[in-house]
Design a protein around this ligand. Structure first.
Ligand code: ADP
Ligand code: MG
Length: 682
């Protein structure tokens, strides 16, 4: 066993309690601990001698405690602890309010470091409630860029720092670097030991940068090489039979009440051609909300049916799965296709029947949620898996879905425009179809922007629409979305909204609810048992409520442009004119520009590009939502250049070694296999 795989509980100084807390942070091995990177650093290098202090500056001072601290207990249970520290140039008084326990720690003569704001008083310099560290404890004297780690309740920074320190001093020397020397040299990467030491305890910003560069590169490199290896392995498997017959496609086309758009046509042809090949398709279909992706999926599934194979489509929520089930049945039952729905709430007896049918091949098409990828569901001859609104699924879930068939074709459908580079990281080496055209005759959604102070008029507008028999969404950032909403407290806002619309049927939907409850509320809204749905962004994913005509978004400045566009796409699904109202409290130029983009632009791709331009960093419509294997240190946007480098390096490797057997680099091979194992086993 490599020492990195050792359980963290075996490390000196980690007791069972600490181990438990670490495990709640996802840390169970030494490796996890090493890769638990600081969230930020406190650069305390700018320390000064006491005689040089200036009133009002925030600064670090080192010194020794002059005598024991004095503790004063006030009547109201409050305490004041005062002490002095001295260096060779002078004396600094420090005062702590309500931290009596510090008295025990502050022994006369011990060396400390304080960081705080200096105040000049009649009694000399003073710091009130500074950050205080016992120097011998954490620092080795010359190391004063202090790491600050993501932590959890009851786990002190100090403890984490100590464990990291211990690991660096005792274990670092025995770890292997799985990035081969040649590759390191070519890409100017430092070795792993240097990188780990300096990401945790950088001696200067220069070392820190070198370390970070290496770790960012490593993260992209490992992720992409894993995805590419996965893809190679899959396409290396020939599937049993190419799906040659085009039977039924023409009839389906003729049965539609509309013509496919040109973009739909192109996409469909690409898919049909791919399915005729003997290697599995891996295709991302991107199309703005309402561009008509579902019907394309239906064509592809019908093609499987007429080629005597099964197809399956997975949606992220039950209600969306039900909606697809209805649509798919409507179009395909006339052809004699047996379509079933399989979700978490499918009754046991029915589930059993479906599972039998799926296994013996009497079921042709399965629509469902992640219930489809559970154990016990075995397909007879699955040839195609489609995932809708993919960004809610993780790469792992997708991989396990794909293993259900004998290397089936894969279509991933998403309304979120994904730049090519991002798509590559997310999905590996895949082909992309873009439906960049909406069906003709769509009424654009009228988007307006209302200042917070005038929001009452918008509420009145909603009331009018409801009186006309329409429904409305009100999206606001509720509790779970941020700890620091400074403007209006989210709960207050929800209460206010509930009060404003008290004469109507109001439903509340938020992420803290159980998914069953959420689905129930969504269903009631869909069946018009609710007029106004107050919600967090959980409604984002494609449920069709054609009677909903207003989407009002509170604190619109808090959302990304692409996300606003997604939310807006929830309305305008019926024949009535639809509206999107953005309420914005922020008056900055950037906020204004963002609002005006939303009111002027209706094209999701243009909006996504703008979003990327304006935000640049990882904020981009919540990269996390894409189910990306967690990137710990790399950022797709900030580190694009490094990502490119990693990509090029992998291309070089593939040129030499097409299937990435990596015989030349056994350590990398081992690491890669472990990675793939992790992907596929979750
Ligand atoms: P999305 O791409 O957002 O998933 P859907 O597939 O739900 O969009 O399609 C939205 C609506 O447009 C559906 O009611 C669908 O039947 C309809 N539709 C799809 N293609 C066309 C078309 N070419 N012309 C007119 N309506 C279409
Ligand atoms: Mg859809």
């Amino acid at each position: 066993m490599e020492c990195l795989d050792q359980g963290i509980q075996f490390i000196k100084g980690v007791g069972p309690k600490t181990a438990e807390k670490l495990s709640s942070l996802g840390i169970t091995t030494v490796r996890d601990m090493f890769y638990h990177f600081p969230r930020e650093y406190d650069d305390r290098r700018k320390s000064k001698q006491i005689s040089q202090l200036i009133n009002g500056e925030k600064i670090t001072v080192f010194g020794n405690l002059a005598g024991s601290p004095k503790l004063l207990r006030l009547r109201s249970k409050k305490t004041i602890l005062s002490a002095s520290i001295k260096d060779s140039t002078g004396m600094l008084n420090i005062t702590f309010f309500n931290r009596p326990y510090l008295k025990e720690q502050l022994l006369a003569g011990s060396r400390v470091m304080v960081n705080g704001v200096v105040k000049k008083t009649v009694n000399g310099f003073e710091m009130i409630n500074p950050i205080l560290e016992l120097v011998d404890d954490v620092y080795d004297g010359n190391n004063v860029i202090v790491p600050i780690y993501p932590s959890t309740f009851g786990l002190k920074q100090n403890q984490i720092v100590k464990i990291q320190r211990y690991l660096i001093n005792n274990i670092l020397c025995s770890i292997k670097d799985y990035i081969p020397k040649e590759i390191r040299a070519k890409n100017k990467l430092c070795d792993l030991a240097f990188a780990l030491e300096n990401i945790h305890f950088p001696k200067s910003s220069k070392e820190y940068k070198v370390a970070k560069y290496r770790l960012v590169f490593e993260e992209f490199f490992l992720l992409q090489i894993s995805l590419i290896k996965l893809k190679r392995d899959i396409s290396n498997n020939k599937i049993s039979s190419p799906l040659i017959s085009d039977e039924g496609l023409k009839e389906l086309r003729e049965s539609l009440s509309f013509n496919l758009t040109k973009a739909q046509d192109v996409t469909l042809n690409e898919i049909v051609a791919d399915m005729k090949k003997s290697t599995p398709m891996n295709r991302l279909v991107q199309g703005d909300v309402g561009s008509g992706k579902t019907i394309i999926a239906i064509f592809a599934m019908l093609k499987c049916y007429f080629n005597n194979h099964q197809a399956s489509m997975m949606a992220p929520t039950e209600i969306l799965a039900e909606q697809h089930y209805e649509t798919v049945s409507k179009f395909l039952e006339p052809f004699g296709v047996n379509v079933v729905l399989l979700t978490g709430s499918t009754k046991r007896s029915i589930r059993k029947k479906h599972i039998e049918g799926i296994a013996n091949g009497s079921v042709d098409i399965v629509i469902g949620t992640h219930a489809i990828i559970q154990d016990g569901v075995n397909f007879n001859k699955l040839a195609l898996v489609i995932t809708d609104e993919q960004h809610r699924f993780g790469v792992r879930q997708r991989a396990s879905f794909e293993t259900k068939g004998n290397s089936p074709h894969v279509i991933v459908m998403t309304a979120t425009p994904i730049p090519r580079t991002l798509a590559l990281v997310l999905y590996g080496d895949l082909d992309i179809s873009i439906i960049d055209e909406l069906p003709p005759g769509r009424k654009p959604i009228l988007t307006t922007h209302t200042p917070f102070s005038e929001r009452q008029t918008s509420y009145d507008f909603i009331k009018k629409q409801v009186q006309l028999g329409r429904q409305a969404y009100v999206v606001c950032p509720l509790v779970e979305e941020s700890e620091k909403i400074d403007v209006v407290s989210a709960v207050e806002l929800a209460d206010e909204l509930l009060c404003t619309f008290k004469d109507y049927r109001v439903g509340l939907l938020h992420g803290k609810m159980k998914s069953k409850e959420k689905e129930e509320i969504m269903r009631e809204f869909k069946n018009h048992k609710i007029d106004v749905l107050v919600s967090t962004t959980v409604i984002e994913v494609g449920v069709d409520v054609s009677n909903a005509t207003v989407m009002l978004i509170e604190n619109a400045e808090r959302f990304g442009l692409a996300q606003l566009h997604q939310l807006r796409g929830r309305v305008g699904r019926g024949s009535s004119k639809s509206y999107c109202i953005l309420i914005c409290q922020n008056k900055t130029a950037v906020a204004k520009e963002r609002m005006s983009i939303m009111t002027e632009v209706n094209d999701g791709f243009v909006i996504a590009e703008k979003d990327l331009e304006m935000r640049g960093t990882g904020e981009f419509f919540g990269v996390r939502q894409h189910g990306l294997p967690e990137l710990k240190i790399a950022n797709i946007f900030e580190h694009r250049k490094i990502m490119k480098k990693a990509e090029e390096q992998i291309k070089d490797l593939v040129r030499e070694d097409e299937y990435l057997k990596l015989d030349k680099y056994p350590e990398l091979r081992e690491k890669l296999n472990a990675n793939l194992h992790k992907f596929l086993s979750c």
